[in-house]
Design a protein around this ligand. Structure first.
Ligand SMILES: C[S@@+](CC[C@H](N)C(=O)[O-])C[C@H]1O[C@@H](n2cnc3c(N)ncnc32)[C@H](O)[C@@H]1O
Length: 207
C-alpha cells in the first residue's frame, strides 16, 4: 500500500492507541543491542524494545507516523525510508534484532524472496534475531475471505492498486527457512477494535 494511504491513516488517527504488542516480548531471545523496527508506524513496539534495553532505530516511510511517534514519546531515533531501501541505507550486519510487525505484507512473495528479505537479513548480525507478525489466511475480519488462491487481496485506493498479502504457515516457512529455523505460532491480536488473526514468526539468523 502506498505512502499516500499511510500518510492519510496517520493524519486521521486521533487519540494515542493503547500498547497492544507486548505479546512479542516472550519471543525475544535477548534484551540488549541494536534493534531495527521496520514499518514501525507510531512506534509502540520501538518503545517496548527500548524499555527492554535495546537501542532502537524506528523506520517507516510515513513522515506523519514518525512525527506522531516522536511526539508521543515512542520513537527516539526515527528513520524515514521505504523499507525496500533500508538494505542500501544502513550498515550490513549492524543489528541484533529486526522486528517487522505487520509491515511486510504489501509485497508479492517473489519480491519478498528475491529482494526484500535478502536486503533486510543482510542488516542482521550472524546469530541475530528476526521477529515478524504476518496476516494469516484466517484473518477474515481484515479481508482474508476476499483474498485469491495465493492469499493476495487486491483493491483500489484513490485510483491506485493496493496489495495485501495473507499468509499460510507453509508459505512463511518457504520464505524464511533459508535464513534459519523458524518458530511460527498462530495467534490473534486486537487491532482497531476487531480481532485480527496473525502468525508470529521468530528465527535466529544462521551463522
Ligand atoms: C499495519 S501498519 C503497522 C505499524 C506498526 N508496526 C504496528 O505494529 O503498529 C504498517 C506500517 O508499515 C508502513 N509501511 C508500509 N509500506 C512501507 C514501505 N514500503 N516502507 C516503509 N514503511 C512502510 C506503513 O507506513 C505503516 O506504518
Amino acid at each position: 500500500m502506498s505512502l499516500q494511504y499511510w500518510q492519510q491513516v496517520y493524519q486521521n488517527l486521533g487519540a494515542k492507541p493503547s500498547l497492544q504488542d507486548d505479546y512479542l516480548c516472550p519471543l525475544l531471545r535477548q534484551h540488549s543491542g541494536r534493534a531495527l523496527d521496520i514499518g514501525c508506524g507510531l512506534g509502540q513496539d520501538s518503545w517496548l524494545l527500548r524499555q527492554l534495553g535495546f537501542e532502537v532505530i524506528s523506520s517507516d516511510f510515513s513522515a506523519e507516523a514518525l512525527a506522531l511517534g516522536i511526539q508521543q514519546g515512542f520513537i527516539d531515533q526515527p528513520l524515514q525510508a521505504d523499507l525496500r531501501q533500508l538494505g542500501a541505507m544502513l550498515a550490513p550486519r549492524s543489528f541484533d534484532l529486526l522486528l517487522a510487525n505487520l509491515s511486510l505484507h504489501y509485497f508479492e512473495r517473489e519480491q519478498m524472496a528475491a529482494q526484500i528479505l535478502p536486503s533486510l537479513f543482510a542488516l542482521l548480525k550472524p546469530g541475530g534475531q528476526f521477529v515478524g507478525c504476518f496476516n494469516s489466511l484466517d484473518d477474515t475480519n481484515y479481508g482474508a475471505d476476499r483474498a485469491d488462491a495465493d492469499g493476495y487481496y487486491r483493491d483500489d485506493y484513490a485510483g491506485e492498486a493496493r496489495l495485501k498479502v495473507f499468509y499460510s504457515e507453509p508459505q512463511l516457512r518457504t520464505l524464511f527457512e533459508p535464513y534459519g529455523q523458524c518458530q511460527i505460532n498462530a495467534s490473534s491480536t486486537e487491532r482497531f477494535g476487531r480481532r485480527k488473526s496473525v502468525y508470529l514468526l521468530s528465527l535466529e539468523l544462521k551463522v
